[in-house]
Design a protein around this ligand. Structure first.
Ligand SMILES: NC(=O)c1ccc[n+]([C@@H]2O[C@H](COP(=O)([O-])OP(=O)(O)OC[C@H]3O[C@@H](n4cnc5c(N)ncnc54)[C@H](OP(=O)(O)O)[C@@H]3O)[C@@H](O)[C@H]2O)c1
Length: 260
């Protein structure tokens, strides 16, 4: 089976690091042109250069804070100017945030929803008319397992992500007659820059490999995931071979989520 994305253009948010970077690499290697969005110019430029190496599709970076409506509009216009169309949208940018609910202020709720929900709403709305016109589109909302299985101290993320899952289902129903397929990917624990940063903050006395092994000990498969495993699933969903899968939220968690 060969999974190809030739002729497609993808927007990937949060594409300079972690899962977004892994998807950008996989998509460009599979033939797609990739518009990579993130806030920090330097790391974005480095990521674009790394993705471009040996890729059959082109990669370009667009500085954008997706929590801001004005920046989303500007970045979208720039992507259209560069690539002419958007066939695939990956709403991936996010940060991990969880705390006791009594400590969550209105500002924190608002920030979390802007980044994890409104960014996906706004970008989906922008790419939708073109996808509808061409009768082909793929949208993936990257969420986390708290969307299906919220836990104590899991807000605000679990709430934003559950809303992102509902958005995915609504859009999948609206998009199906137009060939627009919309899915969610629910992350458990997957190796990425955020865990490297956490190791720097909290794990000074253990190696990163030991730190990861400890995180993976509670996962049924006995380890945390690899970003390439996540990117491969996203690539399949966004290809023509993913053409019968829509409206579903796939657990990417090594079996950790207690619900299907
Ligand atoms: N890895 C996991 O175990 C895990 C678990 C649960 C959920 N997730 C979700 O999976 C997604 C990817 O996570 P990751 O682990 O790959 O994260 P990561 O390694 O921290 O990378 C985050 C990426 O998003 C960008 N970003 C952050 N805020 C942004 C904003 N406001 N606008 C635009 N770009 C932004 C970052 O670049 P800049 O900082 O330069 O903007 C970076 O490129 C996130 O939504 C995360 O919540 C991951």
């Amino acid at each position: 089976m060969e999974v190809r994305l030739d002729g497609r253009t993808a927007i990937i948010t949060g594409a300079s690091k972690g899962l977004g970077f892994a998807m950008a690499k996989e998509f460009a290697a599979s033939g797609a042109h990739v518009a990579m969005l993130a806030r920090t110019r330097d790391t974005l430029d480095e990521a674009v250069a790394a993705v471009s190496q040996g890729a059959s599709g082109q990669a370009a970076g667009f500085v954008c804070d997706v929590a801001r409506a004005d920046e989303i509009r500007t970045a979208f216009d720039a992507v259209i100017q560069r690539f002419g169309k958007v066939d695939i949208l990956i709403n991936n940018a996010g940060i991990s945030r969880a705390m006791p609910s009594e400590q969550i202020t209105d500002d924190i709720w608002q920030e979390d929803l802007e980044l994890k929900l409104f960014a996906a709403i706004r970008l989906s709305r922008l790419v939708w008319p073109g996808m509808k016109e061409r009768k082909w589109g793929r949208i993936i909302n990257v969420l986390n397992s708290g969307a299906k299985a919220p836990r104590a101290n899991g807000a605000p993320t679990a709430v934003s992500r559950a809303a992102g899952m509902a958005l995915m289902k609504v859009l999948s129903n609206e998009g199906a007659p137009h060939g627009i397929l919309v899915n969610g990917m629910l992350v458990g624990l997957i190796d990425s820059d955020q865990h490297v940063r956490r190791h720097r903050r909290e794990g000074a006395n253990v190696s990163y490999d030991d730190f990861k092994a400890k995180m993976g000990a509670g996962v049924p498969l006995g380890r945390i995931g690899r970003p390439e495993e996540f990117a491969a699933m996203a690539c399949l969903l966004c290809s023509d071979l993913g053409g019968f899968t829509t409206g579903t939220a796939i657990n990417m968690d090594g079996g950790a989520t207690p619900v299907v």
